[in-house]
Design a protein around this ligand. Sequence first.
Ligand SMILES: [Zn+2]
Length: 725
Amino acid sequence: MLRPRSRSWLPLVCLVIAVVCSARPLADDPALAASNGDAFVSRDAAGASWTVGNSAIQFSVGFSRSRTLTVESFWSPANGAQLDVDQTADTSITLNGDKLALTQSGTLSFTGAKASATDAGVQLEFTFEHTTLHTIVRRFYVCYPGTPTIETWTRFEAPAGAPPVAVSDMSAWTFTMPLQPVRWINGLRGDNASQPVPPGDSFAVDGGDLDEGETDIGSTARSSEAFVPLIFVGGDVNEFYGGVIWSGEWRIAMTRAADRVTVAATFPGISTALTPDRPIEVPHAFFGYAPKSADAEAAALRQFAVNGIRRGRPIQPLVTYNTWFPYGTSITEADVDEEMHRASALGVELFVLDAGWWLGAGKNGQADYTSGLGSWTADPERFPARLIGLADEAHDLGMKFGLWVEPERIALETLRMPGGANEQWLATTGGSYNTDGRSAIVCLAAPAARKWLLSKLTTLMDSVHPDYLKWDNNAWTNCDRAGHGHGETDGNYSHVMGLYTVLDELRRLYPDLLIENVSGGGNRLDYGMLAYTDSAWMDDLSAPSSHVRHNIEGLSKAFPPAYLLSFVINSAQESIYDYDLAQIVRSRMPGVLGLTYRFTDLDDDLRQRLAAEITRYKLLRDTITSSAAALLTPQAPVSEDGWDILQEVSDDHRNAIVFAFKNDSDDGTTVVWPRGLDADTMYGVRSVDNGDMGSASGADLMRDGVQLVHAWDGSRAHLIVFTAQ
Ligand SMILES: [Zn+2]
């Protein structure tokens, strides 16, 4: 096993990189140099080693130590921390069952490297050709400014006339590094309003010391059913993190051997056919190396999400009203009209008509959102002015208008309707739809199915003009049906690729459209959906508040908090009448503030108090929108008199909010030590309820902390705002 070089080489590399960034010394070979902001690609003088990185990460690969494309170094120029990574290949290729390495010469032979600046970062591309199949294999590494993260993927292309080639055992990345405790975030795990899982299981930050042998996280269906597709491996100064940008099946295996661990992100069990007209791309993935602290890791992932995955498209949380919980499918135009006027007066900015607006919905009761699904036609009896009338009214009231859709599923009864889906497009596994017997998944691998779906979506968009689609997905089938352009093992892969194609086209046609990502709760919370969607519903179980906070506190480790949507709801555990309303609302404020209630639930007093909290959220929102989150305590729910405290610090470190929640209402105090403030900057500190708390430097605040005093007659939710002076 080759070990990395000693630290003594660092100053030399720093010097070389400084020259690369400032003077572009590779001008004599410009095809191999690229920069964008602080992101760059460089090649060493011998021409056998390439570095992609920025001021926070440098990742070098090359052929200098072997004939195989090999990881040479992986370190942080910001603090000199170096990952002691094995100098081996970081991926493998399997074509027609042969596992192959990316080699300078051999079965797969290197034909060139290309560096380029892209709209969002820089890209390093290595190209190889199979000597007999003539398959072209491209390996990509991409870096974006402002995040210590590298995106990577492999692409396969077949020349004209080539016979099909089986691509299998897809590998995203693999690294062997020192053994350290690992952490991951649990997935939804089936949590929902009617069958909650044990408290604290879904979206819990979990992990610990690894046993000898292999520990896996992953999914065989949708991305985050059991785990969020992301892993952290501890370190002394910096931590490794890595994940996949993918909404279907995946695996991250952690294999401990003595004092080393091999971490590998793969897409196992898939064999898919490469043909000249069907290039195959392994799902994109990423890895990074950030300073070991919750705020630095979250900031690194937030910058990757926004600058990289979303190509700079911002996340803009809107105060969102939703009709589902009070109305279900028993909703009419008159209900929506009444609610829209009341919601607008409270300060709601986005009104979402949830499931139930179409012909045939609710045949089996208020919760029946399957009947009629796929008709794509508003029920003319309940919505005589059609939906465009409601969209226009929302706009007149100063709100955006959103509609629930579940594009990937249809009720079987709609197959008989004019314009309905074709039964041949439906996903089956072993000949069964594998759903509830009344509905089925439309396999988006089939081009004709995608064309049909896009026509339904564009007709809806063009006839209703919604600003927002709540894109749900309540069932899943790993399709093995013939005739869809996929085989027996790549239905999952091919559907997700088809889904991305549809979302991509929708984005192209309607660039301002906002899309909410929901999948029976958060079954598809991943970086693939984050590329296309602007908010994400976490969990149908929207109470108690400690459960909502538990979800935000876990998921904001992976995703920008402003992406995470939950609702204020009147629940049996927490009645909005006799409970701490500020605590209920503020528990949702670290993310997207949503509300779901029937207007008749609110008397004037409650309405005023709710409106005041909405106003408060809007005052804090610029910071929430531009922040990464870090949990400063154990994840909620905490012990009886404990506190759970989440902080959000803006990208420029000039604004921060501490969301501190006391579990019980008894008198009590705690001290909050914020992180990630600028040490030399003076911050004014203010309690949302109690006013000015004074000012201090970032260094003093982080060292001495801020004491919070809770009195039994005040809200248990304490919001502390830090503003650079
Ligand atoms: Zn299929």
